[in-house]
Design a protein. Structure first.
Length: 47
């Protein structure tokens, strides 16, 4: 079993995201705010 997991698949697909996708994810992460209060988490998007 250990040998199965250690082998690398030669048919792996290399995926390169587009610039628009990276920009969207970065902007989303900048706008997301998580506030913790008494063991509760509140998520909000600051637009």
């Amino acid at each position: 079993m250990a040998k199965l997991y250690s082998k690398k698949n030669k048919t792996e697909i290399v995926m390169n995201p587009r610039d628009e996708t990276i920009s969207f994810i970065l902007n989303y992460s900048k706008a997301l705010r998580v506030i913790t209060h008494k063991n509760m988490k509140f998520e909000s998007l600051q637009n």
